[in-house]
Design a protein around this ligand. Structure first.
Ligand code: AMP
Length: 283
């Protein structure tokens, strides 16, 4: 695996890979601190391409002023070893200066699907995400790019951007990898104390219960309120949202005429956790 930090070397390495027989390239964008969720994306990428490029870039523009940019875990050597073992071809790990040269003044703003949920609670977040992912697509020129359903709204935003801007890349969503007790794997789980980690399991447990009740036809507002109460009782707070949304547009829904998604964001101590589950249409 090649560890590359500048765009010129990246272009050279990609040219060699593409011309060296079997040219399909997959991109897995990450912020590092890799866990088995990320590795499931790399494995899915290997099934769809000849060469896998993984990027690690903790993107400052997608963090708000009071968010955890400085505290975000960084462990590049450990990440590189995992990726090497999994057979990635390139680890693309640019500096902030390489990504945002002096005078940088361009931003991609995706409308619609960015408005609710994370967009409402993290102003500017999705502009940062869309801009960096668009740059990564232009730098790597992947045939396919893989994103986790863990960040469900992000996946929807990237799909929208790729479609609206005619980006020549297939966007593939990969199901959420979970710990045995059901908690979605996340680099931010490292912030949880032992006691918080024990209580965190109530988040997916409350959500699974809510999904079952919704699919059984119970009235949505009551189910959502009870899920919120169960999450708060476990020590979460504030709970930013417990929302039932259309699976594609992410607009709030209260009936299951179409496939929907249950999405939650809540803080446990200083850690903000997000999770989401599919909710079947009952029509
Ligand atoms: P991050 O490093 O958190 O920005 O995540 C990089 C990519 O990995 C994103 O597409 C995430 O959605 C995905 N990802 C993060 N956690 C998981 C997980 N538990 N299961 C599947 N994909 C994940």
């Amino acid at each position: 695996m090649q560890l590359i930090r500048d765009i010129a070397s990246l272009r050279e390495a990609l040219f060699t890979l593409r011309t060296g027989g079997g040219g399909r390239i997959a991109l897995v964008p990450t912020m590092g601190a890799l866990h088995q969720g990320h590795m499931s994306l790399v494995r899915a990428a290997k099934e769809r391409a000849d060469h896998v490029v993984v990027s690690i870039f903790v993107n400052p523009t997608q963090f708000g002023p009071n968010e955890d940019l400085d505290a975000y875990p960084r462990q590049e050597a450990q990440d590189a070893a995992l990726l090497e073992a999994e057979g990635a071809a390139i680890l693309w790990a640019p500096s902030v200066a390489e990504m945002y040269p002096a005078g940088f003044a361009t931003s991609i703003g995706v409308g619609g699907v960015t408005a609710p949920l994370e967009g409402a609670h993290r102003p500017g977040h999705f502009d940062g995400v869309a801009t960096i992912v668009c740059k990564l697509f232009n730098q790597v020129g992947p045939d396919v790019a893989l994103f986790g359903e863990k960040d469900y709204q992000q996946l929807a935003v990237i799909r929208r951007m790729a479609r609206d801007l005619d980006l020549p890349v297939d966007i593939v969503g990969v199901p959420t990898a979970r710990a045995e007790d059901g908690l979605a794997l996340s680099s931010r789980n490292a912030y949880l104390s032992v006691d918080e980690r024990r209580r965190a399991v109530e988040l997916p447990a409350a959500m699974r219960e809510a999904v079952a009740r919704l699919e059984a036809g119970e009235e949505a507002n009551g189910v959502l309120a009870e899920a919120r109460a169960r999450i708060e009782k476990a020590g979460f707070g504030p709970v930013d949202y417990v929302e039932l949304a259309d699976a594609i547009s992410l607009e709030p829904v209260r009936t299951l005429a179409h496939p929907a998604r249950l999405l939650v964001a809540a803080r446990l101590g200083k850690t903000r956790l997000i999770d989401n589950f599919h909710v079947k249409s009952t029509k």
